[in-house]
Design a protein around this ligand. Structure first.
Ligand SMILES: [Zn+2]
Length: 282
């Protein structure tokens, strides 16, 4: 039986059901057709024009992405509308686009969990648990939610734990391609003792109050603003900002491993984009 877009969607939704996504989010198949046969899949964090061209060169019929390309209301598909360029190019090349966003963030494949593993945290708990599904068919028997909290194996000074963490990250195998540490930032006294750590991949600023409430010494996230950092420091919590891309890229490798091991998708070639990267130069 040929693999179709619909089958790929079903496989992804086994670990990240669409019903888990936030109401403001836009997940699932955003461009394409459920019955299209799939031979190659390109995995990416962002659906940029360059990534669409990469998918075309690779011969992919489907892009599986974390970030939706249609998010803010898209009011037209005009060739002179910048926001419409990616969907138009996808249609032109007959490539589908599937997004797993806040539903994937709450799954066992979240980058928060992968990063907690790198740091060797113990007693890992979900930071903000989501209510379980009303539909028992979607109840995986696994708690889900945003972010994780945990403890370092032994207390460490902030400067030491951050250096160790970045070193481990580079050896972790979580990144398909060498990553750039430009843009990685740390706020807090390097001499501060760290025991409890909270990690929220992506834009984690809104979780600062929760992390403070949980008594975290260090909050690691991917996209945090000036005032949230000041709030954290005033509450005695250091902040490590990996940048949005670096904090979420581990999900791509996890998704690649999961899809590659799935029997139903045997014969489908899959790769992680080698072009998609952080938009920041420095
Ligand atoms: Zn994100």
């Amino acid at each position: 039986m040929a693999v179709t877009t619909e089958l790929v969607a079903q496989v992804i939704e086994k670990i990240a059901p669409k019903s888990w996504a936030e109401v403001w989010d836009n997940v699932g198949l955003l461009v394409g057709c459920g019955s299209t046969p799939i031979e190659r899949i390109l995995i990416t964090l962002d659906g940029t024009l360059e990534v669409v061209e990469e998918a075309k060169a690779y011969g992919a019929q489907l892009i599986v992405a974390h970030h939706p390309i249609i998010f803010r209301p898209l009011k037209n598909l005009r060739a002179d509308n910048a926001a419409a360029q990616v969907p138009l190019r996808l249609l032109q090349h007959q490539i589908g686009y599937y997004a797993a966003h806040t539903n994937l963030d709450q799954s066992i494949f979240s980058s928060s969990r992968a990063l907690a593993g790198v740091l060797g945290l113990t007693k890992i708990k979900i930071l903000e648990e989501s209510v379980s599904d009303l539909n028992p068919l979607l109840d995986l028997g696994e708690k889900r939610g945003y972010g994780v909290s945990g403890y370092l194996p032994r207390p460490e000074k902030l400067g030491e734990v951050w250096k160790r963490f970045l070193g481990l990250l580079s050896q972790s195998g979580l990144y398909a391609h060498p990553y750039d540490l430009a843009g990685v930032r740390l706020a807090g006294s390097l001499e501060k003792t760290v025991r409890k750590v909270v990690i929220v991949n992506g834009s984690g600023a809104s979780f600062v109050p929760k992390a403070l409430f949980k008594g975290a010494d260090l909050f690691i996230t991917g996209d945090v603003d000036h005032h949230a950092v000041l709030d954290a420091l005033e509450g005695g919590m250091a902040v490590g900002d990996l940048g949005h891309f670096l904090s979420e890229a581990p999900m791509l490798q996890a998704l690649y491993d999961y899809l590659s091991a799935e029997k139903a998708l045997q014969g489908v070639e899959i790769k992680v984009s080698s072009i998609n990267c952080s938009p920041w130069n420095s």
